[in-house]
Design a protein around this ligand. Structure first.
Ligand code: HEM
Length: 414
């Protein structure tokens, strides 16, 4: 019997008390999600002062429900909603978020997404396969003879940022700087973030935006065959991306583009090694590899929570929402719904049930999903083929950055 004494569920009122920064929770959230499915799949999280949904059908429907959106200030004022004025010390962060695809709703979202999609599609993600393989092989070459490595710093951290930087057209030697900016930036999404976290995110957003502004000027003068040049020149019905939109989009692509994928490389290797199942069998062909990758995304997703504002009165699973109310979806929990998945807490690479919701659904469906999937489908089999005796050599610690889910480090030997 697992100890869930840190979790309190009042089934009648649907109130749940849980400290999101408690390592007992964020180290192994799946068992908490299982308890929530059993007792109270839609609940009011007391500490977060907000409703959360975990049921697969509820989350899937909410992701597509146009009565809810990522943005609210396009239809109501701060005053009406009782929202505080934006803080001065986060103004650079807020400016970068102002034109982020993730923070907009139609019609702005549709216009921006169409333009970004055009540029993104023109980069032909599939064509990056040989480059991902070459980079992964080169990184493995560097540590194979040592018989051991810390996989996140030597491998997982490097692949997604290098590929997205190359795709956008940012010099590869900017990798470490981009990682630093991005780590600071995503600190804003942490529960109970501190003033120091906010200052770091704001400083990095400012530096990041200034850097991108310089890159844009350079590419306007000297276009290349890269995503940034395509975004500058992509036109749809006479519309182009503005300078601020280009900056926000570049920043969101870089941040979203690697943070989740880094975590997922680590999470997947961990899940596969801990399962005791045969990697050779899991990765025997492309189809089996795809299923294995999807199963790791299902059972150990890298990003757990996404939020929506209620745009017009609506009822979800018996709970009434009014304009301006917030509701959060726990995607990682929806992936464990026993109504959809048999023995949901068990890793079964052969599983062929409902699609996981780790990349979302509806109009905000992850624009980078094809790239992330391609990277995972290439690097995971490669790692296990080249380092067949891989094993975990040190106790694992999950990062205190819930709602992201990833490891502090992953020490391996072979
Ligand atoms: C395993 C890796 C990844 C996961 C699990 C993931 C997950 C997600 C999810 C769940 C959403 C939807 C958010 C919502 O509905 O509010 C999303 C949106 C987004 N993702 Fe990803 N992502 C990953 C990798 C990437 C990559 C590699 C890129 C860029 C190259 C990227 C760029 C974006 C962007 C720009 C959006 C916003 C789309 C929109 O709002 O229209 N993501 N991602």
């Amino acid at each position: 019997m697992t100890d869930l004494s840190f979790l309190s569920i009042d089934k009648a009122s649907r109130r749940v008390s849980l400290d999101g920064r408690n390592p007992a929770f964020y180290s192994d959230p799946n068992r908490v999600y299982a308890a929530l499915h059993a007792e109270c799949p839609t609940f009011y999280w007391v500490e977060q002062k907000q409703w959360f949904v975990t049921g697969y059908d509820t989350v899937n429907a909410l992701l597509r429900d146009r009565r809810f959106g990522r943005q609210i200030l396009h239809i109501a004022t701060r005053e009406e909603l009782g929202m505080p004025e934006p803080a001065d010390h986060t103004r650079h962060f807020d400016a970068a978020e102002a034109h982020s695809l993730l923070e907009l709703e139609p019609p702005e979202h549709t216009r921006l997404r169409t333009l970004v999609n055009r540029a993104f599609v023109s980069r032909h993600v599939e064509k990056m396969k040989p480059e991902i393989e070459e980079l992964a092989n080169r990184l493995i070459d560097a540590f194979e003879k040592d018989g051991k490595t810390e996989l996140l710093s030597s491998f997982a951290d490097i692949i997604p940022v290098t590929m997205i930087a190359r795709m956008i057209g940012i010099p590869e030697d900017m990798g470490p700087q981009l990682l630093k900016w991005s780590h600071d930036y995503v600190g804003m999404y942490m529960f109970k973030r501190t003033r120091a976290d906010e200052d770091a995110a704001n400083r990095s957003a400012k530096e990041f935006a200034e850097y991108v502004r310089g890159m844009i000027a350079e590419r306007r003068a000297n276009p290349q065959d890269d995503l940034l040049s395509h975004m500058i020149h992509t036109e749809h019905k006479g519309q182009y991306l503005t300078e601020d939109e280009l900056i926000s989009t570049t920043i969101v692509l870089l941040n979203a583009g690697h943070e989740a994928t880094v975590h997922q490389i680590g999470n997947s290797v961990r899940v596969i090694l801990e399962s005791g199942l045969s990697p050779a069998e899991m990765f025997r062909d492309e189809k089996a590899t795809e299923r294995t990758v999807e199963e790791t995304l299902r059972i150990c997703a890298p990003v757990h929570i996404f939020q929506r504002y209620c745009l017009e009165p609506a009822e979800i699973d018996g709970v009434s929402f009014k304009r301006g109310d917030k509701v959060s979806m726990i995607l990682a929990a929806a992936n464990l719904d026993p109504e959809k998945f048999t023995e949901p807490l068990t890793f079964r690479p052969e599983r062929d049930e409902a699609p996981n919701l780790s990349f979302g659904a509806g109009i905000h469906f992850c624009i980078g999903a094809p790239l992330a999937r391609l990277e995972l489908n290439i690097v995971l089999p490669l790692l296990f083929q080249r380092l067949p005796g891989m094993r975990i050599t040190a106790p694992l610690r999950v990062k205190d950055v819930y709602h992201f889910h990833g490891l502090e480090q992953l020490d391996l030997a072979w």
